[in-house]
Design a protein around this ligand. Structure first.
Ligand code: LMR
Length: 395
């Protein structure tokens, strides 16, 4: 049967990471997939997660299914982490959360429920956006529109262009936003821009769908949730796809949740029933291990304190690497890379052409996504000079 099928091209992000892994050059640098790395190039297990795992091994007595909505500590903890523990929507019990296999699973479940509610909804995507948004959300049959987001010439958010494009959005359309640490460009909305967008979404009757995978890796856990919290204050309905792959280092455990703030408790329960039904028809049950660990970290004050400290240290390192990279690239090339300091999270565009990106890979074994998106966490004091001289050579 399958002889009619063609071989598909490698994933634009994961395929490059695999190519780098296979490269024998000892000087190679992998700046492809968005995985945090420390100064020694390792992606560490958080101590808090390690301790939770040891405790779980001691006390775990079953591997029977989790409830359909997921682990109780996790789904309670994640909505408090996103909204802030004292948020009025939580007190009014108009928030529901359903565990999902990572942020991707959450995006897909969110898209399934949107499609059920309004099959005609257009999903407005930032230009550029994370490439996997398109197959994840498009495969349920929703259509896309684009809004301008990144001004490549000025390395900043093109907020005027964004508002101009969103003027054409219709009531019932979906506004897909990056909660913080925009992937791929690293340029984030300011609090004032979030406020203006919330007003626009309320006036036009748009559903905000906020993808948040890097909370705590831009400025801090609370600051990075500003947009989500403001939208939940200002709008009756907000949908959030959350991932703990990065901010708890649970990448391979596929730990995420779709969190919905509705008009009232009944609306939140209806959403939850739709989301669990969608999950049942796609993969049935949520995976347990990562969510149980995340639930322990979110509900135990000692583990929580340790996790927050470790995450703050990661955030600090990312921002220190940003400063170092901006300086070294500036010195090696004579060009202005100071925008890297102003951006947030793991990603920035270096502003290179696809041909320059190819040369970096072929001549220097420096791997980045074709758009020149780099994972700044892959840079360290041991490889930054080589990277800067390679970039200078192709510029
Ligand atoms: C990335 O953009 O590199 C990460 O979000 C990982 C992925 O799945 O693409």
């Amino acid at each position: 049967m399958f002889e009619t099928l063609e071989r598909l091209p490698a994933d634009p992000i994961l395929g490059l990471s695999a190519a780098c892994a296979a490269d024998p050059n000892p000087d190679k640098i992998d700046l492809t997939v968005g995985v945090y790395k420390d100064e020694s190039g390792q992606t560490p297990v958080f101590n808090a997660i390690q301790r939770a795992q040891e405790a779980l091994t001691e006390r775990e007595v079953t591997k029977a299914y989790l409830p359909q909505v997921g682990d109780g500590n996790y789904i309670t903890g994640i909505r408090e982490l996103l909204l802030g523990a004292g948020h009025a929507a939580l007190a009014a019990e108009r928030v529901s959360s359903v565990q999902a296999p990572g942020g991707c699973g959450a995006l897909r479940i969110g898209a399934e429920v949107i499609k059920a509610a309004n099959p005609q909804a257009k999903v407005w995507l930032s230009q550029p956006t994370w490439p996997n948004h398109i197959p994840l959300i498009g495969s349920v049959g929703l259509e896309f529109k684009e809004y301008r987001y990144y001004d490549a010439a000025n390395h900043a958010v093109d907020f005027e262009g964004m508002l101009e494009d969103l003027a054409a959005a219709q009531a019932g359309d979906v506004l897909l936003l990056h909660g913080c640490c925009h992937n791929p460009c690293g340029a984030d909305l300011s609090p004032e821009q979030w406020q203006a967008l919330a007003t626009l979404a309320a006036d036009k009757g748009l559903l905000p769908f906020i993808d948040t995978a890097y909370q705590g890796m831009g400025v801090g856990l609370e600051e990075d949730a500003f947009g989500i919290r403001h939208f939940a204050d200002a709008l009756p309905e907000v949908l959030v796809a959350a991932s703990n792959s990065k901010n708890m280092g649970l990448y391979r455990e596929r730990t995420g949740a779709i969190v919905f703030t509705g008009r009232d408790r009944d609306a939140a329960e209806v959403f939850s029933s739709q989301a669990t039904k969608a999950a049942r028809r796609i993969y049935s049950m949520p995976p347990a291990h990562g969510a149980i660990l995340a639930g322990m970290v979110l509900s135990d004050s000692a583990l929580n304190g340790s996790w927050r400290e470790e995450l703050a240290a990661m955030c600090e390192r990312i921002n220190a690497v940003r400063a170092m990279l901006a300086d070294k690239l500036g010195a090696a090339t004579g060009e202005d890379f100071s925008f890297i300091r102003r951006e947030s999270g793991m990603f920035s565009f270096l502003g290179l052409s696809p041909e320059q990106v190819d040369r970096l890979r072929e001549e220097f074994s420096v791997y980045m996504v074709g758009s020149s998106r780099v994972n700044v966490a892959g840079v360290n004091s041991g490889n930054v000079d080589y990277l800067a001289s390679a970039v200078a050579a192709v510029l």
